[in-house]
Write a protein that binds this ligand. Structure first.
Ligand code: URA
Length: 185
């Protein structure tokens, strides 16, 4: 799908050396899921959430009773943020910079405006802050609660990767998924 021709040129020029991974899914979706940024698998395949975090996301969708084909999935930042590992000399993931987030947030807003979902699910802090434009908001204080922000119905969840790395979040994450499922029914 083509969002904002003019801005696309901007991204293509500024990030000419990066492979961009755009959102995908059902353009009539009622549920719009926003992650942080693509990882190595996503960069390689050119699709969001196909790696380990993608497997967790698929599990999340299953628990929430939602088909992947019924949702739209995108990331806050459309490129894989990397740094060179001093150990291996190879690129490894890093969190997106403020500049990258600021650069890609208008594109995210345009995607939201185009799809007009009835529910936005943010995964982790980065999309939560980008959608609310609130740099102080944290996932720890709002996860699993339905928020109404700038006319958007928002359900913030922890990022699936956080659940991979912090098993103690798993129970909370499961409860949040049950809350989404209840809300969707
Ligand atoms: N893969 C994605 O596409 N987004 C994330 O936030 C993490 C992994």
């Amino acid at each position: 799908m083509c969002f904002m021709q003019k801005e696309e040129k901007y991204y293509v020029n500024k990030y000419a050396n990066n492979k961009l991974v755009f959102g995908e899914g059902n353009t009539n979706a009622k549920i719009f899921i926003i992650g942080e940024a693509p990882g190595g698998d996503e960069e390689e395949q050119g699709r969001p959430f196909v790696g380990k975090a993608g497997k967790n996301l698929d599990e999340f969708l299953k628990i929430a009773g939602v088909n992947r084909s019924d949702v739209y999935i995108t990331n806050t930042v459309k490129l894989r943020p990397t740094k060179i590992s001093p150990k291996t000399g190879k690129p490894v993931n890093r969190p997106p910079s403020k500049e990258e987030i600021d650069d890609f947030t208008p594109l995210l807003r345009q995607e939201l405006f185009t799809i007009k979902p009835s529910l936005v699910v943010t995964l982790g802090n980065i999309p939560l802050k980008a959608v609310t434009s609130d740099s102080k908001i944290t996932i720890g204080s709002v996860h699993g609660k339905l928020l109404q922000v700038k006319g958007i119905r928002l359900f913030p969840l922890y990022h699936p990767a956080a659940v991979i790395y912090n098993q103690s979040l798993r129970q909370t994450y499961m409860e949040d998924l049950e809350a989404i499922k209840d809300y969707l029914q």
